[in-house]
Design a protein around this ligand. Sequence first.
Ligand code: AMP
Ligand code: GLY
Length: 420
Amino acid sequence: MTEKVNVLVVGEGGREFAIASQLQSSKHVKQVYCAPGNAGMSAVGVQAVAIAETDFAGLIRFAKEHQIAWTFVGPEDCLVDGIVDDFKAAGLKVFGPDARAAQLEGSKDYALNFMNNYHVPTARHSSYRDQTAAINEVDKFGFPVVIKENGLAGGKGVVIAKDRRTAVQTIKDMFENGRARLVLEECLVGPEYSMFVLVSNGHYRILPLAQDHKRAYDGDKGPNTGGMGAYSPLPQLSAVDYQRMVDEVVKPTIDGLVAGEYHYHGILYIGLILTADGPKVIEYNVRLGDPETQVILPRLKTDLFELVTAAINDQPLPEIVETAAACFGVVVAADGYPQQPTHGQKLGHLPAEEDIEIAYANVTGELTDLRGAGGRLLMVLSKDPSLKVAHDRVYRYLADINLPGCFYRDDIGAKAGLTD
Ligand code: AMP
Ligand code: GLY
């Protein structure tokens, strides 16, 4: 067997916990480092490194000093800011798109131009630099209308305005709050899906499908969050619809990346709505999703290290083989999330239980005495051939433990018929 190697994951959330944990379990990996990582990562043998994800020079120095075979970048802001360009310039191997390709997430305008150029179906849209033009044309999209800020907004940059009055007010507010540009879009109707595609310069593999739950409270009520729970696979999606998503959205997108000479090596996350006229893209992201990653990766039989190594080196990509078992997870967030999350709640030592995994995110302290550090704190996960059994196990575990100052949704999986 070839020698085992070290790898570095950049980021600190639940998504990076899942990536790092999966890589640490590979037979090819000696040590996974995660910068800056979080306090829960030692539970799965991953070593957190106190270097900020914005300190590219520090990360490059660390990678050189610790014989890192390659680096996997989790969060979008580093990608948009050019971490991949800097790593490559330093002669290091890295998995993620460069700054040019990352504009597919960093700028709505850029993404829409890409879709127009390469015939990827999307909503009817226009982009505006001043409020008068936007207000004058808002009627042509009908109501509700979707209003999007141009730049990265952490999931909070989209407003669906139900009538003209709300739309006009939102447009004014966005420009008056310093936004230089916004996009108006027709509101698409239909179920929303995400596809995570591992891309290697024109070649690709589609990862297992997962469903996120973006709103904070039960019944899809409350403010938008990063995501409050997820499950994989999706029993409700037919094979015919899946194939349409591949043929009509994934293929033209990959062809566009090749035609535009992007040399894309990384994850492309395609958000789409399955309308009566077929699938239409509502956004591209240039990274994995959080919390979708936490339920997708445990379902891979394919070794993630082998997959990423092949992708980075332009070698043939291994097939993706999924376990028959489903994976289900519920996010535990700090009270007040997402508006004003509280900090410092005492989580203590969460009991280990067979068939339950914890993916830690915003936690500090020792493993035996963890505290919340704001936002999404952790995710409770279970895997089982029956999605319903996994669901029931996670909720029973949550009911049995005491998590002061935290909340979670009770209805994750309702769309798959999982709630009683
Ligand atoms: P984003 O911040 O781009 O993820 O968008 C947030 C949410 O807005 C998406 O998850 C969709 O639910 C919704 N959304 C975005 N664009 C559209 C659209 N054109 N039609 C309907 N819903 C949309
Ligand atoms: N869960 C949604 C995202 O990662 O953007």
